[in-house]
Design a protein around this ligand. Structure first.
Ligand SMILES: NC(=O)c1ccc[n+]([C@@H]2O[C@H](COP(=O)([O-])OP(=O)(O)OC[C@H]3O[C@@H](n4cnc5c(N)ncnc54)[C@H](OP(=O)(O)O)[C@@H]3O)[C@@H](O)[C@H]2O)c1
Length: 384
């Protein structure tokens, strides 16, 4: 339940990425103050962003890149802070009331927890944080009276469908099916990273594009929805909807289904997370349903795309199983992008990590971080 109306400054973690740059588009359009930025190493773009928005604090995870950026920004009032510690400082920067967490992977966990502990609103794009540490993150939000607003389009859709209504019976997450929908398992063996990066409807970062192609992204989203909306796993359904117009749906006990529709433009859910409960005009175009023509729905092909079932298995196991899922997937995706393994090896390696690695049932934060690392190491060893 989101309580507060917030419309102050923002911090954007992962500001140079797909979500981060779109969050800054929204900030520009709404004239919002940007109190902090953070990224891994793209200092050319960080410098331009810092200058445009007169940002007081910029964090760069790569320490050498941070030194170089500090030199470049010497003529400004921007302070540059390095390393993971710097990213965590940016998450709770003075003047930021909302932090957009749009870094990729498990790097989102600690800054998200820091922001929640500080009672800030978190506009959460980084689904891996909830996949790995959903229970701890939701508990922290509750304990500190902090709000988490979903940025993922499906979860933003569900959040919007739930406004002011009774408890939902089922959540229905839609999935585009990715670039390989309709292909068979034999054909998937030879797909290349370039083919996998070409998503039919969304222009996204490299890692999430591969997750969409394997459908692990939808598995992650099922886990994300479980935590965000306190919904049991078996009451979250996935439907393939290739047009990406219906962003997700909620089914109520009387059989009524409420859906949220809109153009496939991430600036809409980003903006809603920043302005909730208000709505402002958005730079995205309006939805022309006559141009879309037909909306179609089909069951996911879990035989050809086993990742969704693997993610459900991890969710049912609980404890550190989802951290293992994330760590193994992260490394397998990186290896595929480096042309070191074939596409069909991604789910094979993630499934093997889940079978072989020990699961801690009641994990601490440190157990979760260790589980991510050991799953990543497991995949590296399997492929060396
Ligand atoms: N893109 C979408 O449409 C979309 C939709 C829904 C959810 N999401 C989720 O949003 C998150 C971001 O996705 P994206 O597509 O925007 O990714 P992206 O384009 O690859 O951008 C990632 C951003 O995170 C930064 N970064 C990477 N590792 C970091 C680290 N260890 N510490 C600090 N910063 C780090 C990158 O900096 P550099 O540029 O310097 O490398 C970049 O700014 C992911 O969790 C994804 O699942 C994305």
């Amino acid at each position: 339940m989101v309580r507060n109306i917030v419309r102050g400054g923002i911090a954007v973690l992962g500001s140079t990425g797909s979500i981060g740059t779109q969050a800054l588009d929204v900030a520009r359009a709404l004239n919002m103050r940007v109190a902090a930025l953070a990224a891994e190493s793209n200092i050319a773009l960080l410098e331009a962003q810092a200058r445009e928005h007169s940002v007081p604090l910029v964090a760069v995870r790569d320490t050498r890149a941070a030194d170089e950026l500090a030199k470049r920004l010497r003529d400004t009032r921007t302070r540059v802070v390095p390393g993971e510690g710097g990213i965590r400082q940016a998450a709770v920067a003075p003047g930021a009331e909302t932090v957009v967490v749009a870094v990729v992977g498990a790097a989102g966990i600690l800054p998200t927890l820091d922001a929640l502990e500080a009672g800030m609103r978190v506009a959460l794009a980084n689904k891996e944080t909830l996949v790995c540490a959903g229970k701890l993150v939701m508990e922290s939000a509750r304990d500190h009276g902090a709000d988490i607003l979903p940025v993922d389009s499906e979860h933003s859709a569900i959040f919007q469908c739930l406004q002011g209504r009774a408890v939902a019976e089922r959540l229905i997450l839609t999935a585009s099916g990715g670039p390989f929908r309709g292909m068979d398992a034999a054909a998937l063996k030879s797909v290349t990273p370039e083919m996998a990066l070409r998503h039919p409807n969304w222009n996204m970062g490299r890692k999430i594009s591969i997750d969409s192609a394997t459908m692990m992204n939808k598995g992650f989203e099922v886990i994300e929805a479980m935590h965000l909306f306190s919904m049991p796993l078996e009451r979250i359904k996935v439907l393939v909807h290739p047009q990406s117009v219906v962003h997700s749906m909620v089914e109520y006990t009387d059989g009524a289904v409420i859906a949220q529709l809109g153009p496939a433009d991430m600036r809409i859910p980003i903006q809603y997370a920043l302005t909730y409960p208000e709505r402002d005009p958005a730079p995205a175009g309006t939805l022309d349903l006559t141009a879309v023509g037909a909306l179609t729905f089909e069951e996911p092909d879990e035989g050809t795309f086993p990742s969704l079932g693997i993610a459900r298995r991890a969710a049912a196991l609980g404890g550190t199983a989802c951290a293992v899922l994330n760590g193994a997937n992260d490394t397998a995706v990186r290896m595929f992008l480096e042309n070191r393994i074939s596409f069909d090896m991604i789910p094979a390696l993630v499934g093997a990590a889940l079978d072989k690695l020990p699961i801690e049932k009641n994990p601490s934060l440190q157990d979760i971080i260790s589980a991510v690392d050991s799953a990543s190491g497991f995949v590296e060893r399997m492929c060396s």
